[in-house]
Design a protein around this ligand. Sequence first.
Ligand code: FE2
Ligand code: FE2
Length: 160
Amino acid sequence: MEGNAKVIEALNEILTAEMTSINQYFVHAKMCENWGYQLLYEDTEERAMEEMKHAEKLIDRILYLEGIPIVTKLDKINVGKMVKDQFENDYALEKVAIQRLQKAIKLCIDLSDGGSRELLEHILLDEEDHANDLEAYLQQIKDMGVENFLTTQVHEKGKS
Ligand SMILES: [Fe+2]
Ligand SMILES: [Fe+2]
């Protein structure tokens, strides 16, 4: 079904945000794994996988609307040198994604594209969850200090 060009453009902008997140989170996850922060590695990798599922759904929707999914475009990837920087940089990406989603949802309502709107609302809820998790991590670091926080993220041997 041929979709509105403005909606397709908005879906592609959100796809760019997803592709950027996938790359940034995946690098952060692997850095955490390398440092031995197993729990952080698992959590960040899971977040990257969720962004990948969003990208897949957006690509499906753009194709359904007879548009061309743009997967080669990325926003700036900000790799954090330390865990706190990683959280801050990831949080900034989530905020950008949330803003883009809210704008695109409004556009879908204006142009009566209920299917795209529903997909975007589903993605928005996930991004709000991601932002909330990152806020919680940053708050924990503030409350207990980064050293104490990191001791909670080391996987204990023999404990699954
Ligand atoms: Fe996402
Ligand atoms: Fe996200």
